[in-house]
Design a protein around this ligand. Structure first.
Ligand code: HEM
Length: 236
């Protein structure tokens, strides 16, 4: 397979989806770990310090470019695959009622992906734009200045409909991942191996636990809930 076939052939597109999807899964894990600081005691200082560590690390900033490219590639190839699947379904069936044996979330990857995309645009406007282009307040810990991203979260999640939109975004993410992880394992040829059962279990646990933790964040910030850990941070 040459480079152009990676972007034009059916298997090439699926390969791009699997590889960019896997990269995004790693990002979600790190993002969730850093943000989980808001669930525990002393959330403002612990989260702001952790977010600063990520934001000022040169390796992470380089990865950020890869992350956005990964998102764009995953979205563009995803829509291309959906169009291709639709036209092949149309030519096979007179009525496009869908294949009854394929699960609902498998047939709705594009719909769920689109909901996640809408959530993502709103989410970047809420946090990434003010963080990179100005608009956040500052706070000092031990004489050092940090962006107060936690105060931004408190402002954003004070609005009930925003909390509801974030919960829907996390729910869509969970369904999208449930199918995506298995689909990627199949594309990468792991599904025939005897450790497929383990990968499938890890995929299911990840697809439920990570979006669930994300969903708890707007709820905890909105209601001012905290799990008491005596102020200990997850990172430092
Ligand atoms: C629901 C709970 C979530 C909260 C409270 C949250 C919070 C944040 C915050 C505070 C930032 C800014 C970080 C910074 O600029 O240093 C950020 C960035 C970002 N978030 Fe989230 N996030 C959540 C869920 C998600 C989900 C589910 C996704 C993906 C589907 C996502 C994707 C991103 C991306 C792509 C960025 C920009 C990455 C970067 O700064 O390099 N977030 N998020």
């Amino acid at each position: 397979m040459n480079w152009s076939q990676i972007f034009t052939s059916s298997i090439g597109k699926k390969l791009v989806m699997a590889m960019t999807g896997f990269f995004l899964v790693v990002f979600l894990l790190v993002h969730c770990y850093i943000n989980a600081n808001v669930l525990f005691s002393n959330p403002e200082e612990n989260f702001n310090r952790a977010a600063h560590f990520m934001g000022s690390n040169i390796l992470i900033r380089i990865m950020e470019i890869g992350l956005f490219l990964g998102f764009i590639l995953h979205i563009v190839q995803g829509y291309k695959l959906e169009l291709q699947n639709r036209s092949s379904r149309k030519s096979r069936y007179a009525v496009t009622a869908g294949n009854k044996t394929s699960k609902w979330y498998s047939r709705s990857m594009a719909l769920l992906g689109t909901l996640i995309l809408l959530f993502l645009v709103l989410h970047l406007v809420h946090f990434w734009v003010p963080s990179r282009f100005g608009g956040l307040t500052d706070v000092q810990y031990d004489g050092k200045t940090y962006h107060n991203l936690y105060a931004q979260m408190q402002d954003i999640f004070a609005v009930p409909w925003v909390v509801v939109v974030y919960l829907l975004g996390c729910f869509s993410l969970s369904w999208h991942l449930l199918h995506g992880v298995q689909s990627a394992a199949q594309t990468l040829g792991i599904s025939s191996k005897n450790y497929f059962g383990t990968i499938k279990t890890i995929g299911i646990v990840f697809s439920i636990v990570v979006p669930l933790l994300f969903a708890l964040m707007p709820l905890f910030v909105h209601f001012g809930w905290q799990i008491n850990t005596g102020g200990v941070s997850l990172l430092f």
